[in-house]
Design a protein around this ligand. Structure first.
Ligand SMILES: C[S@@+](CC[C@H](N)C(=O)[O-])C[C@H]1O[C@@H](n2cnc3c(N)ncnc32)[C@H](O)[C@@H]1O
Length: 340
């Protein structure tokens, strides 16, 4: 049973937010439009606080394509007979670039990569050799097949993200959070994205919520793409890109909302308090043991607030994704107010 909630366009933003907050959005399928209405995949029968109807999705659009794997397996069986079970069943696809993690010791990877590229109609294949590292969050990938230029444009929720997949990370597991952030702001408010990357959150929140965003980024390659993506998505009027360490380049006393999308940002909290225009909301991302979420990140934000003579109140939290065994990536929304 693949159900969708059908809502009028004007309710779509709030319905998506409601479903995300109540863990009822089925994120394995895509949101689509039909007859001027928006069809949002849901996990089960639900009740929405807006006019809606529920129906079976006519054409199921999966985010990850499982069907092509059959064809990949068929073609690969000619070169790795008997070892088909080792073939990766999942991959990351950004625009026309594929990232595949092969099991250790897998042979004939180049030929296999060509099969994946042909079936999935991709131009370049990179091998994931070990995740994402360092302050600048660079992915560890190796060129394996096709065009050596791994620059691509990935479209998500109608936003164009251009980046070089061999140099810049793009977390497909954060898709729900990018969608939530797109609608989190209010028209005209000032947002400071302290760790903007290529504009993962800055561009959706400027585009959909019509906020004015200061986007800070320290990595020159990511900063270059941030500038390009601002142009590509026509949000030049709304987004100001600032190159450098957010502790230095972010303006002070301006923000109604701050996005801290970097796991090691605890030491940046005192700076966030200075960046706020008195009061506001901080979206604080962390990795932490499942058992101490959201108390641990909230405590850190609250401590920084108190140290700056402010008050903190947790208004929302959600697990974004699993990070490691019993460790999650979570986001905590904290409202900061003046006074103790
Ligand atoms: C993890 S990425 C952003 C991930 C993104 N929020 C997502 O959803 O995929 C964090 C970014 O912060 C940048 N960064 C790290 N330290 C910084 C600092 N002190 N000032 C500005 N940017 C910084 C890194 O270069 C990187 O591009």
């Amino acid at each position: 049973m693949r159900k969708v909630a059908v809502v009028e366009k004007r309710y779509a933003k709030d319905a998506i937010r409601f479903l995300l907050e109540n863990d009822m959005l089925d994120d394995s399928r895509r949101i689509s439009r039909s007859n001027g209405k928006v069809e949002i995949p849901v996990k089960s029968d639900i009740e929405l606080p807006f006019p809606y109807s529920i129906k079976e999705q006519e054409k199921v659009l999966y985010r990850t394509q499982y069907e092509p794997f059959r064809e990949i397996k068929k073609r690969a069986s000619e070169i790795i007979e008997g070892e088909e079970e080792l073939l990766p069943k999942k991959w990351e696809r950004f625009g026309d670039v594929l990232i595949i993690k092969f099991p250790e010791g897998m042979e004939r990877k180049k030929e296999l990569a060509k099969i994946y590229a042909d079936v999935l109609k991709c131009r370049t294949v990179l091998e994931d050799v070990g995740g994402i590292t360092g302050i600048k969050r660079k992915p560890l990938v190796k060129y394996i097949y096709g065009d050596r230029n791994a620059e691509t444009t990935h479209v998500e929720n109608k936003i164009k993200f251009m980046f070089d997949a061999s140099k810049i990370m793009f977390s497909s597991g954060n898709v729900d959070e990018r969608i939530r952030m797109a609608y989190a702001g209010k028209e005209g408010e000032v947002v400071v994205d302290m760790f903007a990357g290529i504009g993962y959150f800055s561009i959706p929140i400027a585009f959909y919520s019509k906020t004015n965003v200061y986007a800070c980024e320290i990595n020159p390659v990511a900063y270059g793409y941030l500038k390009k993506n601002i142009e590509l998505n026509n949000v030049k009027k709304n987004v100001t890109a600032l190159y450098g360490d957010c502790r230095e380049v972010a303006p002070r006393g301006v923000a109604d909302r701050i996005i801290m999308g970097y796991f090691k940002s605890k030491n940046f909290l005192p700076h966030a308090m200075e960046i706020l225009r008195g009061e506001g909301v901080i979206h604080y991302h962390t990795t932490c043991p499942k058992s101490s979420f959201p108390e641990e990140p909230f405590r850190d934000v609250a401590r920084a607030a108190i140290d700056s003579g402010k008050r903190a109140e947790m208004i929302f939290h959600r697990k974004v994704k699993s990070y490691a065994p019993s460790i999650i990536h979570g986001v905590t929304d904290v409202k900061i107010s003046e006074g103790h």
